[in-house]
Design a protein around this ligand. Structure first.
Ligand SMILES: Cc1cc2nc3c(=O)[nH]c(=O)nc-3n(C[C@H](O)[C@H](O)[C@H](O)COP(=O)(O)OP(=O)(O)OC[C@H]3O[C@@H](n4cnc5c(N)ncnc54)[C@H](O)[C@@H]3O)c2cc1C
Ligand SMILES: NC(=O)c1ccc[n+]([C@@H]2O[C@H](COP(=O)([O-])OP(=O)(O)OC[C@H]3O[C@@H](n4cnc5c(N)ncnc54)[C@H](OP(=O)(O)O)[C@@H]3O)[C@@H](O)[C@H]2O)c1
Length: 451
């Protein structure tokens, strides 16, 4: 009897952000074929739609993702959304393993009065808007007001404050979406107040991001009540906290600047109401004290007049149709990356990685180790014969096993080439397309884009 090579195992990875690519890399290296699906015609997740436009070096991680995509057993199926174009049940029939890598695109809520007023906006929307995410390109933000309050002390709050304070010349050479470039260049915002509910030693932002605020051409950095800095000093504090405190102290001691814009940090402040009527006119804020590291509101309050509030208090995962979800944490139920039902029993063939596995925290690199952990569980299950074989053929190269007309990797490369060429004419890395129909037209005009 002649030996027939066993058919390769096949995995579908749903979501082409960092966690999806790192999972693909690990599986491909182990000899598993990977189909990477994304709802958008474009890959890279938050590297394209989250990382700030003035951080091109960080975005260059996409070169590593492109190398993964060049593997002969890798296929990209863009413009295919799980829940809209394809179901969980279909995927489970088509693959040995299905990996959910869909990220956490919604926003956490403050649950305070006035949160839904016009002019109270989620950082998730603002960030996706300036980065040209097609689902967010239509937003408009009123930047005619002189003061914006940013709520939150994470790196997203740093990004938002910086983007609001960069001047047109600083933004122009980036890949910021054209609509955002025009709006930010015409902005009247002179002051951003960043509210932290805890003290400077508890802030989630990291030192390089804090340092960038001090390098803005048009804005200086101030600390409201700088005595909070010396109170926060503790011999045992982690190095990042010590570096943050030293930098904040430097900002606070700097001579008065003649820059026309300013960023002010106010620590130990919680928003208790966003004020209208109609649209935002201010924020009512409670002064907090720290109790065992947690913020506790005191009866002391202040009112900060402003025309825009950006809530940067974290992202949140949302459920996928039919996939077990843990609402309190906004993640897919799992044990070490294996999806489980409400009783804790493992669902064979279903896995999860990235923000939708662990919650919305961690930088791009955090997802590499996380993806390797989940991929190792898949390889263990494949080796142990724990997974049923797919009941659908893999299909020819560039063709999904389902009746879909996805954007292939070659299709994405056509979009990419178009964006880069438009960018080169303006000495920018790219000019982003923000319309899905336009992207699809370009992808489909490329003869190599479909089998
Ligand atoms: C504003 C912001 C700035 C950041 N800046 C940095 C930075 O400068 N440096 C750094 O190291 N880290 C940064 N991070 C963190 C980093 O972006 C994340 O750690 C990382 O992107 C998480 O990867 P992920 O793959 O889990 O999710 P994502 O990157 O969100 O990718 C998820 C993908 O799934 C797709 N998807 C969602 N739902 C579906 C569906 N139903 N069907 C098909 N596809 C779907 C989405 O389109 C998306 O492409 C930033 C994060 C944010 C929010
Ligand atoms: N340049 C970069 O590397 C970069 C850029 C952007 C994002 N990221 C990463 O992406 C991840 C997500 O960032 P993120 O900024 O969205 O989240 P984050 O780091 O979790 O920060 C969220 C902030 O919101 C505050 N907050 C939460 N609930 C609040 C409430 N009800 N009232 C007031 N404040 C509240 C938190 O305060 P408490 O601490 O008190 O809860 C915290 O300061 C992080 O890991 C981040 O490092 C990295």
């Amino acid at each position: 009897m002649t030996g027939v090579a066993p058919e390769r195992h096949r995995a579908a990875v749903i979501g082409a952000g960092p966690s999806g690519f790192y999972t693909a890399e690990h599986l491909l290296t182990a000899g598993v074929s990977v189909d990477l699906y994304d709802a958008l015609p474009t890959p890279y997740g938050l590297v394209r739609a989250g990382v700030a436009p003035d951080h091109p070096k960080i975005k260059s991680v996409t070169r590593a993702f492109d190398k993964i995509a060049a593997h002969e057993h890798f296929r990209f199926f863009g413009g295919v959304e799980l829940g809209r174009d394809i179901s969980r049940a279909e995927l489970l029939v088509g693959y040995d393993a299905v990996v959910y890598a869909v990220g956490a695109a919604a926003d956490r809520r403050l649950a305070i009065t006035g949160e839904t007023l016009a002019g109270s906006v989620a950082a998730t929307d603002f960030v996706a808007w300036y980065n040209g995410h097609p689902d967010h390109a239509h937003h408009t933000f009123d930047l005619s007001c002189p003061r914006v309050v940013v709520i939150g002390n994470g790196n997203v709050a740093m990004d938002v404050a910086r983007m609001l304070m960069l001047d047109a010349d600083e933004l122009a050479p980036t890949d910021v979406a054209d609509h955002a470039l025009a709006a930010l260049a015409a902005s009247n915002v002179e002051e951003v107040i960043i509210l932290g509910r805890r003290g400077p030693a508890q802030a989630a932002f990291t030192t390089p991001e804090l340092r960038e605020l001090g390098h803005l051409r048009q804005a200086s950095v101030m600390i409201h009540e700088p005595e909070a800095l010396s109170l926060a000093i503790d011999e045992e504090m982690p190095a990042t906290v010590a570096r943050n405190l030293a930098l904040l102290a430097e900002y606070s001691a700097a001579p008065i600047s003649d820059k026309p814009r300013r960023i002010e940090f106010r620590f130990l402040r919680s928003p208790v109401e966003i004020l209208g009527p109609g649209s935002v006119t201010g924020v009512r804020v409670a002064r907090n004290r720290l109790e065992g590291g947690s913020a506790v509101c005191t009866a002391e309050e202040e009112l900060i007049p402003c025309g825009l509030v950006v809530r940067a208090v974290g992202y949140r995962g949302t459920p996928l149709d039919g996939v077990p979800f843990e609402p309190a944490r906004g993640i897919i139920r799992n044990v070490g990356g294996r999806v489980t039902d409400a009783a804790g029993d493992v669902l064979p063939g279903e896995y999860v990685v990235g923000w939708i596995k662990r919650g919305p925290s961690g930088v791009i690199g955090t997802n590499k180790k996380d993806a390797a952990d989940t991929a190792d569980r898949i390889l263990e299950d494949l080796a142990g014969g724990a997974l049923p074989r797919p009941r659908l053929a893999a299909g020819p190269p560039s063709t999904s096993p389902f009746a879909l007309t996805p954007v292939t990797w070659a299709g994405w490369q056509a979009i990419d080439a178009h964006e880069r060429a438009a960018g080169a004419r303006q000495a920018r890395p790219r000019v982003k397309l923000v319309s899905v129909p336009e992207m699809l037209e370009l992808a489909r005009a490329n003869p190599a884009a479909h089998a």
